[in-house]
Ligand binder design. Structure first.
Ligand SMILES: [Zn+2]
Length: 621
């Protein structure tokens, strides 16, 4: 795409909506592609080269068309709540009315409006907008092999892990794996380790179980799992007596599960991932892809290397095909979490390709063949993120030249762009490189209208933040240091420096960066931003706390801006899309110790109740 600056984000987005209105197709019925081939090209780029099988279902092409039919009939009136709207006045109201997928009235107006609504008595519960995650690798969760137990990230010790696994057991057919993967490190659990083979056997001895921690293992199995992995070959897998798989064995085991996954299995995992997200209150995710497998050997692209390999870690997936199951569910009207897709490109300098003019082949194809900001209310593409090329400082001249060229290509194409830099206490040099490059791109091409972003930005200086703000940029900062952050010997805060980020006035969101180095659950991050306490209860971010209102603002209004959707998401206001969560505890007054355990008892996405613990006593569903 050789876009001129006036073809920016906002313009394109409005264009999409106008087209929908004119065609008379509901937003949910928007056709993303005319057929599998078109959609595969649009979403995968021409380099995919993969087999068509991934985009077909039982020999039938998957039409990426939304076809939900019941939305017009839905009419909900929620009353007697403490509804924190997160509007500009921080209004708290007691009622909200939803028609179809939109909020049509709040407060007194909601009670007055007519219509046959299902009334839900909130019984004084706290309600907040659906939380938005502005930096996650969520699609990895949606592709997990086995009957995946994402809930294990909510466990604080081995006993709770075992309870979550056991709870899944009744729905798992004989011979099929129960799995739990990703989400962080052993620090998640009080024992700082995974359950042993004997401990897992004690709760599940009639289904194979496979646990795999963080983005690269280690892993652990029960007896049936051990028997399975000891029966496979190409490659063989070695399991220790205590059920642990270390070194290359963890990824080799993952490989054997991945190559046995069917498309239906992936659809089940995608639905499980959506359900888990609703369970913890995240209603929209901005997916940042994954560092894709290296499929370029000697400067030549080999698509076969994108498919599962024994050395692929959990965070390696075919970045052209990993959305297929979700898109198929979307086509069937069954996807219920909002998904926004960035495109990460991970090509640095490839010597065999020669000079700079020949570098970055994948990014160039992406910018030529992909539609940005394209889709509907539930699934849409966005920009380049969390990076367009691996960051390299000027001290690495070759790598830096490629990185800077990537910024130039993205700016010239008129795309939104992101980079990820956290800095460290007293050192924001790499952030400075990014800010200076963005200023250069503004001078060369004009990027102010494109909402470029900086991820993490923990130690960005007020001066750098002011310059970013002047460039129309936004920041998504991190909440994940609660898990692996340690108190520094010099007493300095590990970051993020939340108060100066807030005070800068820059559009500011927050993320967990799940689902490999950190969990998906946003309440961990909200707890960290407001307390500075790590998982062990140590203060690691002294003097850098913000209020609960400010932290929630980042996860709602701030992230809505970061996703380019502040007009339709992030607050409970008339005309916005109906995403909200009813909480089991009052986030604003609950004790610090209990804040990490806040959960929704009901989650509504796009006007639909997608999670309901039954605490409100609703019947007939
Ligand atoms: Zn990330």
């Amino acid at each position: 795409m050789a876009d001129t600056p006036e073809h920016g984000d906002e313009h394109r987005q409005h264009e999409t909506h106008d087209t929908v209105a004119r065609s008379g197709v509901s937003r949910r019925g928007l056709i993303i592609g005319g057929g599998a081939a078109v959609a595969a090209t649009a979403l995968g780029g021409v380099l995919s080269g993969g087999p068509a099988s991934a985009a077909t279902l039982g020999g039938r092409p998957v039409a990426y068309t939304k076809a939900r039919t019941n939305e017009a009939n839905r009419d909900l009136l929620l009353i007697n709540g403490k509804i924190h709207t997160m509007d500009d006045r921080a209004s708290v109201v007691d009622a909200v009315r939803i028609q179809g997928n939109r909020i049509v009235a709040v407060g007194h107006d909601a009670q007055q409006a007519g219509g046959q609504a299902e009334r839900i008595d909130l019984q004084g519960r706290t309600v907040v907008p659906g939380l938005i995650e502005s930096h996650t690798h969520f699609i990895s969760l949606a592709n997990r092999p086995g009957h995946h137990v994402a809930q294990w990230e909510l466990a604080s010790n081995v006993t709770e892990v075992l309870a979550f696994l056991a709870a899944r057991r009744p729905s798992v057919p004989e011979g099929e794996f129960i799995t739990a993967m990703g989400a962080g490190t052993p620090n998640m659990f009080a024992e700082r380790r995974l359950p042993t083979l004997a401990e897992i056997d004690a709760v599940i001895n009639d289904r194979p179980v496979f646990l795999y921690q963080g983005g690269g293992g280690p892993a652990r199995v029960n007896t049936l799992g051990k028997q399975f992995f000891e029966s496979v070959s190409n490659p063989t897998v070695t399991v220790a007596e205590d059920g642990s798989l270390t070194g290359a064995n963890a990824n080799a085991a993952l490989y054997h599960l991945r190559i046995r996954q069917t498309f239906e299995d992936k659809k089940r995992s995608a639905l499980d991932a959506m359900a888990f997200s609703a369970q913890v209150g995240i209603t929209t995710v901005l997916d940042q892809v994954l560092p894709p497998p290296n499929a370029w050997v000697g400067g030549i692209f080999n698509p076969a290397l994108l498919e599962p390999q024994p050395n692929h870690a959990l965070f390696n997936l075919n970045h052209y095909r990993m959305y297929d199951a979700w898109l198929a569910l979307h086509g069937e009207g069954r996807a219920f979490l909002r998904l926004q897709i960035n495109f990460l490109h991970n090509q640095g300098n490839i010597p065999e390709l020669g000079g700079l003019e020949n570098q970055l082949p994948e990014l160039k194809e992406r910018l030529r063949n992909q539609f940005p900001n394209f889709g509907d209310d539930m699934v849409r593409t966005y920009g380049i993120g969390e990076w367009g090329a691996p960051f390299a400082a000027p001290s690495n001249p070759t790598g830096h030249a490629v990185w800077l060229e990537a910024q130039r290509l993205i700016a010239r194409a008129g795309w939104r762009n992101e980079n990820a830099q956290a800095g460290s206490p007293g050192n924001a040099a790499n952030i400075e490189v990014v800010v200076a490059a963005y200023e250069q791109m503004e001078a060369e091409f004009g990027i102010k209208h494109l909402r470029w972003g900086l991820q993490h930005a923990d130690h960005a200086t007020p001066e750098q933040l002011a310059r970013l703000r002047a460039l129309g940029c936004g920041v998504s900062t991190s909440g994940f240091r609660w898990l692996n952050g340690q108190p520094r010997a010099d007493g300095l805060p590990v970051g993020p420096l939340f108060p100066q980020l807030v005070d800068s006035g820059i559009p500011l969101g927050m993320h967990e960066d799940g689902v490999h180095i950190a969990p998906h659950n946003p309440w961990f991050a909200l707890h960290y931003a407001t307390t500075g306490l790590n998982v062990a209860g140590q203060q690691i971010n002294p003097g850098q706390q913000i209020s609960r209102q400010q932290a929630l603002h980042m996860y709602t209004r701030g992230n809505a801006w970061y996703l380019g959707r502040e007009d339709e998401l992030g607050s409970i206001e008339k005309g916005k899309l109906a995403d909200l969560i009813v909480l089991d505890k009052d986030y604003f007054t609950v004790s610090e110790a209990a804040m990490r355990t806040v959960r929704p008892i009901m989650t509504i996405i796009n006007g639909e109740i997608v999670h309901d613990t039954g605490a409100l006593g609703r019947r007939g569903r």
